[in-house]
Design a protein around this ligand. Structure first.
Ligand SMILES: [Zn+2]
Length: 281
């Protein structure tokens, strides 16, 4: 079944008088949402005890839990010590994900820095191979890593690059961030046909299973000619993209993604707006 929920705790959560993630499960369940993404953006800093306590609450209320690995990951790095750090970030995220009782971990693939883009992609594919080998060795076969499409043109992770990454590995799913795709191509997603084209390309590249079960990030995002600048809320009418035509395609194709809303501050209510619109179809 398709799932909707916020990425991180929003303003309304704080305004309702809550402060801890452990309280989030009941709150989301009462609102009628289905999933929650916990960000380790600046590092994995949670004790096993806290993670398990949070996980128990989410299990009790049947809210799916996913995590976002730290933003420092760069699988295209040429430096071996930084490659070792990548492993640290990824596997400490997966360990915490286990403790939370979740199944999906999203990561940002990386940037070429000074290398040529195609060379950087080759390095990234080699590093990814090592990550997936270690993932198996460490016994994380039942968890999914999700490679995200990125919002800045300079970053690795356009749609075709994410397809290339996910192709060779059973437990690597695409995380399609439609706001990022729109921002990196300066407003290319105008409506239904553009969403359909993206999803058809994904299905051509990765097949039905990974398309049906993809991870989705959604928010409106302000951009410049270099791509992403900052996340907005659904009140924005200038930058887009609009969620309604995306949900029409998802509904028509009977896809069942996790949709994590990443609006700036209003992510829970915006996730709810998406869910309510989907239910009306
Ligand atoms: Zn992300």
């Amino acid at each position: 079944m398709i799932k909707f929920g916020p990425s991180g705790s929003c303003e309304a959560f704080a305004e309702a008088g809550y402060s801890h993630t452990v309280e989030e499960a009941k709150w989301l369940a009462e609102l009628g949402l289905d999933c929650f993404e916990y960000s380790f953006g600046r590092g994995v800093r949670i004790t096993e005890k806290t993670a398990r306590a949070i996980g128990e609450e989410f299990k009790k209320y049947s809210i799916e839990f996913s995590v976002h690995a730290p933003y420092f990951i760069n699988l295209a790095t040429l430096e071996e010590d930084k490659a070792a750090n990548n492993h640290d970030y990824i596997f400490s995220s997966l360990k915490a994900l286990c403790e939370f009782g979740g199944k999906r971990c999203v990561f940002h693939p990386g940037s070429p820095l000074k290398a040529a883009r195609s060379d950087a992609m080759d390095v990234l594919m080699k590093r990814l191979d090592k990550v997936m080998e270690l993932k198996h060795e460490y016994g994380f076969d039942d968890l999914w890593l999700c490679a995200e499409t990125m919002g800045k043109k300079s970053q690795l992770g356009d749609l075709d690059e994410v397809i290339r990454m996910c192709k060779g590995y059973d437990t690597l799913l695409p995380c399609i961030d439609f706001g990022h795709l729109n921002a990196r191509d300066c407003g290319a997603i105008k409506g239904y046909d553009d969403y359909k084209r993206i999803i058809d390309r994904l299905a051509d590249g990765l097949g039905d299973f990974k398309t049906k079960n993809m991870h989705v990030h959604f928010s409106k995002i302000q951009y410049t000619d270099k791509g992403e600048l900052r996340h907005l809320t659904f009140r924005d009418e200038k930058y887009g993209p609009d969620f309604e035509p995306l949900l029409k395609v998802i509904h028509e194709y009977r896809l069942e993604p996790y949709v994590a809303c990443e609006s700036a501050g209003s992510q829970t209510m915006d996730a709810l707006a998406m869910k309510n619109y989907y239910k009306s179809l």
